[in-house]
Design a protein around this ligand. Structure first.
Ligand code: UN1
Length: 494
């Protein structure tokens, strides 16, 4: 069986712990992908030491030169797209057409970050004193720890790693324990692109190792994507150790369908939003809020389509929905079906683990829809991260928006309507970082701000130009060429 290594200070090295963990294919549990380092404190220390040292020179490289390396990385991601997509599907399950999209998002982010290195604009303002100039510009922060989830094994880390590098920071990346192989390829690509030694380091391991990163005194910033529960804990540690941190956490994203919507289009959007990536996206549509006039029709048509979705291994061309990522996630789905039934929600379709034939060797779950879900139910409130959609009935637009907002999260949202007034009210009133009109809750583009309000985040936006607010801070410079002492606030005013 193949044994993989960490990438520290430009070298592929065995973990100092001497320990490894195995990762299996969620669509075929008998397929063991390999043995991956179970890294510990000494590995973290080695990576941090390398990244701290490398920061001294990387930050001095002209930003457009750093951009050239990122552009090359984009070219290599492109060249290895098919191969990488298969590796990702094998280790986390989503169909190859989705993992190819995931790689494309990383390619887009490479090119976008590369181009931004020529546009890391500063801002100048006139001085209040004569013969004096005021400037301000962005500077890198230092050593960045990146911790991400399994569901976008390449795209989501790329949102953090590439702009962090473009800005002049050095990086230590800990991928999810469920997608270490994708992490290895990520490192191979940056190595081949010419990222200097120590600038990018990969250490593999479990959540315990993630904690060691966050506790480490020489890490200056943590970029995290994952569950709300873990994000809040990491945020506490960052507060105590005075680290900057960007937290991208849970979602319980609503799609509203109004009575005048194009139902065919709305249902197709909902199927993609709810069951794409087997519901394992932080942007997944997990609540469908339907106007009462079309409620029964929508449920009937949606269930008819959902039950026909082809569930199977993501490596097969015909598959529309893959397995969930692991046994624990499968158990979560089973638990929430029971919770939904106990709460009195109406199970419309699905609800079971798929069994028989190939299904017995994987973590397959039926596309599941509950109707008559009310806002006090756990089904309505809690992130499940699986193929379980809750449908609620709304009296009118105001009620639909009130329901949409009745949760602790605020990442993505969507409304299907042909009424322009309703669309604009929804844009204004839905509490979410992202709102789609006549389009599902998933599908963010790399060059636009991405992030959520309320319990989803801590105010940062990845993607787009806003990501540079995470990975840089401002330096202000005053240049006095008057030839004498000028005292601001004093000499110009009585
Ligand atoms: C995530 O689920 O963590 O908008 C990110 C989307 C994708 C990114 C999802 N482009 O659904």
């Amino acid at each position: 069986m193949e044994r993989f290594k960490n990438f520290i200070n430009g070298e592929w090295v065995e973990p100092l712990t001497g320990k490894y963990f195995q990762n299996i294919n969620p669509a075929k549990n008998s397929d063991v992908i390999g043995e991956f380092p179970f890294s510990g404190q000494d590995d973290v220390n080695a990576a941090v030491k390398a990244a701290k040292e490398a920061f001294k020179t990387w930050k001095l490289m002209p930003a457009p030169k750093r951009g050239d390396i990122l552009k090359t990385a984009g070219d290599i991601f492109n060249r290895r797209k098919e191969e990488l997509a298969s590796i990702m599907t094998r280790e986390m399950g989503k169909p190859v057409f989705e993992t190819k999209g995931d790689v494309q998002e990383a390619i887009d982010t490479c090119y976008y970050s590369a181009s931004e290195t020529r546009r890391l604009f500063g801002k100048n303002a006139p001085s209040e004193m004569p013969n004096k100039m005021n400037l301000s510009f962005r500077v890198p922060i230092g050593v960045v720890g990146v911790i991400t989830a399994f569901n976008f094994p390449v795209a989501v880390p790329s949102w953090k790693i590439l702009p962090a590098l473009a800005s002049g920071n050095t990086v230590i990346y800990k991928p999810s324990k469920d997608t270490p192989h994708s992490g290895v390829i990520f490192a191979e690509i940056l190595e081949e692109a010419g990222v200097p030694k120590g600038v990018f380091n990969l250490i593999l391991g479990t959540g315990v190792m993630g904690n060691m990163l966050v506790e480490h005194p020489d890490i200056d910033l943590i970029g995290f994507t994952g569950s709300t529960n873990i994000g809040f804990k990491l945020g506490e540690i960052c507060g105590r150790t005075n680290k900057k941190c960007s937290l991208e956490m849970g979602g319980k994203n609503p799609q509203i369908i109004m009575e005048d919507a194009n139902l065919e289009q709305a249902i197709e959007g909902c199927l993609w939003g709810a069951f794409g990536t087997t519901g394992q996206r932080c942007t997944a549509t997990s609540r469908l809020i339907v106007h009462k006039d079309v409620y029964d029709t929508v449920i009937e048509q949606l269930a008819a389509r959902a039950t026909k979705l082809r569930v199977g291994p993501g490596l097969e061309d015909s598959t529309e929905m893959g397995p969930v990522v692991h046994q624990a996630q499968l158990n979560t789905c089973i638990d929430y079906v029971k919770i939904g039934l106990d709460e009195g929600a109406r199970l419309i379709c699905g609800g079971n683990r798929l069994t028989g034939g190939i299904y017995d060797d994987g973590f397959f779950f039926e596309p599941t829809i509950f109707a008559d879900v009310t806002k006090d139910m756990r089904l309505f409130q809690e992130e499940i991260f699986g193929p379980i959609l809750s449908v609620a009935k709304a009296e009118n637009l105001d009620h639909a928006i009130e329901l949409a907002n009745s949760i602790e999260f605020g990442l993505s949202s969507s409304i299907y309507t042909n009424n322009i007034n309703d669309a604009f009210k929804a844009v204004r009133d839905i509490e979410a970082g992202i709102t789609y009109i006549n389009s599902p809750t998933i599908g963010a583009e790399a060059h636009m701000p991405f992030g959520g309000v309320k319990g989803t985040g801590n105010g940062h936006r990845e993607g787009g130009w806003t990501v540079f607010d995470i990975f840089t801070e401002w330096k202000t410079v005053y240049i006095d060429y008057s030839g004498g002492l000028q005292r601001a606030q004093i000499d110009n005013y009585d």
